[in-house]
Design a protein around this ligand. Structure first.
Ligand SMILES: Nc1ncnc2c1ncn2[C@@H]1O[C@H](COP(=O)(O)OP(=O)(O)OP(=O)(O)O)[C@@H](O)[C@H]1O
Ligand SMILES: [Mg+2]
Length: 325
């Protein structure tokens, strides 16, 4: 598999008034053309910052502290203008909050057309026509009329769809989708997911798909990376991850879901809370909540290590559960 996106040892630093924190710590992920990599984990574990690192979109105070990002075989230099336009042409992002992705003082049609022009180099007139088609494609009613609206004139669900239209305009090679369908009702969600998988088939678009929804990730992802407190703790094919999670955190996430086992009589939430950025444990960040933690876990952070087709960062990976267990 050739690599479309190659994130190596990514560490993100935020400079706060009382010193730096590191919400993403040594994340490595790779994604091939046409592949969907799911990224899951509790709120605050660093999913969005990982996405923003890929896109090269940081505000003040936030920066890549270490590591590198490769795109289509070449390393991206955050300071390079040429690389910024390489990203703009080849990558699209669906933001978790639609208003982050939309410009409040431009019409929807203008914004979608702009994204289309940047990726395809087409003329404005053709881009405007395509923008209306794209708004239609993502399920915005009366797209010709809506194209003249500003973001504040449409509903939150429509904003999300307009942003999806922008993200896929001109068919980027990589789509970074940060909770792309959370604001949408289920029927629209299904339409959007269909649309995305069609684009994947047609143009081989790779997708980094962030979601809280493990049910959704099981449906859309080929492989899944589970993050905890800024690190990838498990990486596996979607089928393997759900059938035989190897990290106690992954197991905990699955056990806290109601739908996976018909015969499960109770749900077991993961006890405790995620450590704060200021108080990361020296060893495994999950150790304070882990039923299997040993003294080693408290002292030494486990490396992500290959294990039977996947990878797990755990000193005591779970044994595969047999049918009888
Ligand atoms: N600009 C910022 N300033 C300060 N802290 C930040 C900033 N951006 C992110 N953080 C912190 O970094 C951590 C990781 O944030 P991130 O947004 O990547 O989490 P996430 O996994 O996307 O969570 P969610 O599921 O809630 O979207 C969190 O603790 C968050 O509060
Ligand atoms: Mg997020």
């Amino acid at each position: 598999m050739s690599t479309l996106l190659d994130i190596r040892d990514l560490t993100v630093r935020i400079d706060l008034a009382d010193g730096p924190v590191f919400p993403v710590r040594g994340v490595s992920l790779a994604l091939g053309p046409g592949e969907t990599l799911g990224l899951v984990g509790e709120s605050g574990c660093g999913k969005t910052l990982t996405c923003l690192s890929v896109m090269g979109l940081f505000g003040r105070r936030v920066a890549i502290d270490d590591g590198e990002i490769g795109f289509q075989g070449a390393r991206l230099d955050p300071a390079s203008r040429a690389d910024r336009s390489r990203r703009a042409r080849g990558m699209g992002m669906i933001f978790q909050n639609p208003m982050t992705g939309l410009n409040p003082v431009r019409t929807l049609g203008w914004q979608v057309a702009e994204a289309y022009q940047i990726r395809t180099g087409s003329k404005r007139r053709a881009a405007n026509a395509r923008a209306v088609e794209l708004l239609d494609l993502v399920g915005i009613p009366e797209p010709r009329r809506r194209a003249r609206d500003f973001p504040h004139q449409i509903s939150g669900g429509q904003q999300q769809r307009a942003m999806i239209a922008m993200a896929i305009a001109g068919a980027p090679s990589l789509l970074v989708a940060d909770e792309p369908t959370t604001a949408l009702d289920v029927t629209v969600q299904a339409q959007i997911l269909d649309l995305l998988s069609r684009l994947q088939r047609e143009i081989g678009m790779g997708m980094l798909f962030v979601t809280h929804d493990l049910g959704l990730v099981a449906e859309v992802a080929d492989r899944v990376a589970v993050m905890y407190a800024g690190r990838v703790v498990e990486l596996a094919s979607a089928a393997d991850l759900f059938a035989r999670p190897r990290h106690p955190y992954t197991r905990g996430l699955l056990d806290s879901l109601p739908f996976l086992d018909d015969d499960v009589e109770r749900l077991s939430p993961i006890l405790g809370t995620v450590p704060s950025l200021r108080a990361m444990p020296a060893g495994c960040a999950f150790a304070p909540r882990c039923p299997h933690a040993s003294t080693t876990c408290g002292r030494v952070a486990p490396e992500l290590t290959s294990l039977e087709g996947g990878a797990v960062a755990c000193h005591h990976p779970l044994a595969v559960r047999t049918e009888a267990a």
